[in-house]
Design a binder for this molecule. Structure first.
Ligand code: HEC
Length: 473
């Protein structure tokens, strides 16, 4: 009874507090202001992973680096002088070195990189696919059965972590300057020279399942419990309580570069176990580059023999596709660039052009495509024959949207950064979840005299691992 009354009083007070604080505060902000949930937003911002580390694990726990710099020195872009259309392979070589330098030696624990600073995207821990605790990997679209070899009889789990250079991290600094109260009011645009890459690993068990991954670098990870398919995202937080191995498949990157019509150059490497380099990290073959979506190349043009002009696909990548006896017909849609773990009905720049500030995930690809009797894949709109404009809806996804402009008018652009978008969505989900708990928080605070959210006991109850754990300590 006492609690009930207290609750009632509290409620009235909080309304007053909102009024006193003036300004137009929305329902949710009112909660955070009067209940001190800011502390907990900050604690979440600092959380590396919510998933527990298996007891027998003896390695390093992953730690997020999100002390984003407000400014960065320019001139750290060794690719800037290379004509990427004329010398794509040289361009890719420089990128590979840039990603590996100082990172490989420290197993991509970027805090220890002595060569340059790298950072992680914020808030990727708070989701069903959220960061696992050993390498900060998030769970991505699985690699479908048969895509990496005819012997691959089950979908493979794909796990990834992204790393942002200093210039790229300045954009995060603007939004997340205050981890307890992020600000995102306008379109973002990454400065020229900003660069981000991500490593993508799969849980292939042996060389039999994916012979191309023979000898690939391996990492420990706490992955999703194995199941027949991973179609239901609600089950993705159901993780093992032991350590598994994941192997390097792909390295993706994006570079903000004003020479590109969309302001970005996309590129990808794939691990190739047939290569002879001693160091397995060096056995990455450039897949290609993409600097535009070829908006003119619709289904009709493609079938009339037109080909991409704004992607360079390495002939070695096409050879790989044949070697794999893969079930996929092409890397990216009608010859555009895409990687082995990506959906072939899409392309790097196309999917990423949908990145905006939003509270729920938008559609990232064209609608499903149809496999016709004559063996071709066509967009759903062309199922009754390839007529002019039959794929107009699909081609919406292959526009050349300039950097810093939103996918649709009225939206706020995330400038092609899907991790920025996903982090924001996760944060919004947390706000919602927290709103429900806001009243309880306030009451508890009144009764116990201390905030509830930041207690490590509570974090532990929620299955969180502390930000910095070294099991050797
Ligand atoms: C169908 C959608 C889709 C396609 C196609 C796709 N990606 Fe992504 N990509 C994502 C999503 C979603 C994320 C964010 C979540 C994550 O990293 O797990 C992401 C993240 C990234 C990041 C981290 C930076 C950021 O903030 O977005 C890079 C770099 C990247 N992708 C490069 C590529 C490259 C290169 C290709 C093509 C070879 C590609 N992507 C194809 C969906 C896609």
């Amino acid at each position: 009874m006492r609690y009930l009354r207290l609750f009632y009083l509290v409620r009235r007070r909080s309304v007053a507090a909102v009024l006193v604080s003036g300004g137009v505060v929305g329902g949710h902000e009112a909660f955070t202001r009067s209940y001190g949930a800011e502390d907990s937003a900050k604690a979440e911002f600092e959380t590396s992973s919510k998933f527990p580390i298996p007891q027998d694990y003896r390695g390093l726990a992953w730690q997020i680096r999100n002390d984003y710099p407000a400014t960065a020195s320019k001139g750290d872009a060794p690719w800037a002088d290379i004509d990427f259309k004329k010398h794509p392979e040289r361009f890719c070589d420089v990128i590979k070195r840039y990603c590996m330098e100082g990172n490989k030696e420290v197993d991509f624990n970027v805090q220890n990189n002595k060569k340059r600073n790298w950072y992680h995207a914020a808030w990727l821990h708070y989701a069903e696919n959220g960061r696992e605790p050993l390498h900060g990997l998030t769970f991505e679209r699985p690699v479908s059965t048969g895509e990496l070899s005819a012997n691959q009889k089950r979908p493979l789990q794909a796990w990834t972590c992204g790393y942002y250079n200093e210039l790229a991290a300045t954009v995060f600094s603007r939004i997340w300057k205050d981890g307890s109260s992020p600000q995102w009011d306008d379109h973002v645009k990454f400065p020229n020279g900003a660069m981000v890459f991500k490593l993508l690993m799969v849980d292939a068990k042996d060389d039999e399942e994916a012979p191309i991954l023979k000898g690939a670098p391996m990492w420990d990870a706490v992955i999703v419990k194995e199941r027949e398919n991973y179609d239901d995202p609600d089950t993705w937080s159901d993780r093992n309580d032991y350590v598994s191995k994941v192997r390097l498949l792909q390295v993706d990157y994006a570079i903000a570069d004003q020479r590109s019509p969309i302001g970005w150059i996309w590129g990808s490497f794939m691990y190739d176990g047939r290569r002879k380099e001693k160091d397995p990290w060096e056995r990455l073959t450039p897949f290609g580059l993409q600097w535009g979506n070829d908006p003119q190349l619709d289904q009709e043009a493609y079938e009339a023999g037109a080909r991409v002009k704004e992607s360079w696909v390495n002939p070695a990548a096409d050879e790989l596709l044949r070697y794999l006896h893969s079930s996929r017909p092409m890397w990216g849609w009608n010859g555009r660039l895409n990687g082995p773990a990506d959906n072939f009905i899409s392309a790097c720049a196309s999917c990423h052009s949908t990145a905006v500030k939003t509270t729920s995930l938008p559609l990232l690809t064209q609608d499903s495509v149809i496999h016709t009797k004559r063996g071709a894949y066509v967009p759903a709109g062309c199922k009754n024959g390839v007529t002019p404009g039959c794929d107009a809806a699909a081609m919406e996804f292959f526009r050349n949207i300039p950097a810093g402009k939103p996918y649709k008018e009225g939206q706020i652009s995330a400038d092609y950064s899907l991790q920025l978008m996903m982090g924001w969505i996760n944060y919004q989900h947390w706000l919602k979840d927290n709103e429900k708990e806001g009243w309880v928080e306030y009451v508890m605070r009144r009764v116990t005299g201390r905030p509830r959210y930041v207690s490590t006991r509570r974090l532990a109850r929620m299955g969180a691992s502390p930000t910095h754990v070294n099991s050797d300590e």
